[in-house]
Design a binder for this molecule. Structure first.
Ligand SMILES: Nc1ncnc2c1ncn2[C@@H]1O[C@H](COP(=O)(O)OP(=O)(O)O)[C@@H](O)[C@H]1O
Ligand SMILES: [Mg+2]
Length: 360
């Protein structure tokens, strides 16, 4: 697999940098500790989870929850994950026959017309726990299950108590909705067992440059260190996903550096847009959009309160401002620095700056 391959990396060899995070994650899996990988989109969460699972040499199930809705979505995603794990299906096919809500068909399992999702999820996990030995289950983008977090926590609490051989690795891009998972309250089934947290940050400048240099070497393309350096400073900002896309544009699609940069920024803005639509959808878009527009530059609490008050035509109280700020921070959209707030991702910042109206 080349460094500029666009799909998530899935082996240690394919993964650039991230040595200490990989080591930590493998150690946790070996110790049967659960882990949660946190970070913005495109930073490499899926790649880290998959590479660690492969490196641990244990069977694994990869469950992609992006866009999954409610318990039915969780079940569907789990089923897809199980079916994609060929060795596991092969070994457990007979055992899956016992599970109410699924049918065994050929080389995989399918859903019966009217499954009871939560029950079936529990039973599938139970079979894996009983028959597969130590298994890594990756729940990718677990914030998508926020609306059913109570149900999810119950399943997880149950697994934790009865099937210690199942190790969950979660990833998430929003912290807020993961709070019940990370810092479970006293009445939660996971109280006292919060997963270890691995925070993934963008690459620093040197690592970003090294990444592109090595990628170009793989294609026997010459690269200019200085040009790469200013490109990293100007647009790519250490996000592995954008570095990969840029490299792919040049090495695979043979774009010139200028065209490749423009195409990468364009794609990054499209992703930024979809992330903002996802964020604004369940919220008061007018207020949040006004806040985001203000937060394209460094802004203090008071300045934000004034801007929002002006937008609404009536004074906004500190409590409401706090709610807005917390929601934006929980979604990883803004960061605080010296009591100043601003949008952290340059692509999102650029998108917000260039759009006069809220997307969606
Ligand atoms: N450490 C890394 N080494 C090589 N490629 C990476 C690394 N991290 C991410 N990538 C690449 O960046 C893109 C986004 O990675 P992904 O794991 O899907 O991020 P996330 O799950 O955080 O959105 C993919 O094309 C992936 O191959
Ligand atoms: Mg991912």
């Amino acid at each position: 697999m080349s460094l500029f391959d666009l799909s998530p990396k899935a082996t240690r060899r394919a993964l650039y940098g991230r040595d200490s995070q990989l080591k930590t994650l493998i150690r946790l899996v070996d110790q049967r500790r659960w882990a949660l990988i946190l970070g913005p989109r495109m930073v490499g969460k899926t790649s880290l989870a998959k590479s660690a699972a492969a490196q641990s040499r244990r069977p694994s199930v990869y469950v992609n929850l992006w866009g999954a809705n409610g318990t039915a979505g969780m079940l569907k995603a789990l089923l897809d994950g199980i079916n994609a794990s060929k060795p596991l299906v092969k070994r457990l096919l007979d055992a899956f026959r016992r599970v109410e809500g699924v049918n065994v068909a050929g080389t995989g399992i399918t859903l019966t017309p009217r499954p009871r999702p939560l029950r079936t999820v529990s039973d599938l996990v139970k079979v894996i726990g009983e028959e597969a030995g130590r298994t890594v289950v990756i729940l990718d983008e677990v914030q998508e299950l926020a609306s059913v977090s109570g149900a999810l926590l119950k399943v997880l609490g149950n697994v934790f108590n009865t099937h210690p051989d199942i190790v969950f690795v979660f990833t998430g891009s929003y912290f807020g909705v993961l709070r019940t998972l990370l810092e479970p309250p006293a009445d939660s089934p996971l109280f006292g067992r919060s997963p270890a947290r691995i925070q993934l940050e963008p690459f620093d400048r040197e690592t970003s440059i090294g990444f592109l240099e090595r990628g170009f070497q793989e294609y026997r393309l010459r690269s200019n260190r200085e040009a790469i350096g200013s490109l990293v400073d100007r647009s790519l900002d250490g996000i592995p996903g954008w570095l990969t896309l840029y490299g792919n544009n040049v090495a695979v699609h043979r774009m010139t550096p200028e065209v490749a940069e423009r195409a990468t920024v364009q794609e990054a803005k499209t992703v930024a847009r979809s992330e903002l639509v996802h964020f604004l959808e369940p919220r008061d878009a007018l207020t949040f959009w006004a806040a985001l527009r203000k937060l394209t530059t460094s802004t203090s609490w008071t300045e934000l309160r004034e801007a929002l008050s002006a937008k609404r035509g009536s004074p906004m109280n500190d409590h409401s401002v706090g709610t807005v700020i917390r929601a934006l921070r929980d979604a990883n959209l803004i960061a605080e620095w010296n009591h100043q707030y601003s949008i952290r991702d340059p692509m999102i910042r650029a998108f917000v700056r260039e759009s006069s109206r809220a997307p969606g």
